[in-house]
Ligand binder design. Sequence first.
Ligand code: 5GP
Ligand code: ZN
Length: 135
Amino acid sequence: MSSQRLDDATAPCTFCRIIQSDAEDVRDFGTMVAFLDAYPVSQGHFLVVPKRHLADYFELSDIELGDSNRALRDLRANLLMVDSTITGFNVGVNCGTAAGQTVEHAHIHLIPRRQGDTPNPRGGVRGVIPAKMSY
Ligand code: 5GP
Ligand code: ZN
């Protein structure tokens, strides 16, 4: 699959537009950026996104993966500092339509979790297939 260039002004990609504009609070992590999810699963839900338009997580270079880890750790530390109700996190990536990906620009979800935010959190990301969440 070919990757569009970020500077392609005709690119209709939502995340490319966010990265290129000043419209949203976009935090810089070298080759990556992070911004709040517009339809958050929980308060403080961030997306960590490459500046390059790439299809999904598996197209990230080693440098982008390193910057992603730095972003995830920094964001996590900052969230824990400002919000004492956060007691856990889910880190998740949807790769491909079958796996639930809706925006065709690679991204990693960082989702803060709080005690009692769902009746039975056991299984976490196993919930991508709801019937298999509990085991
Ligand atoms: P996916 O389903 O592809 O893994 O996740 C895409 C995420 O992008 C969703 O959680 C969705 O809420 C978020 N999203 C979709 N459109 C926008 C947007 O215009 N701005 C922001 N900040 N997030 C968006
Ligand atoms: Zn894009």
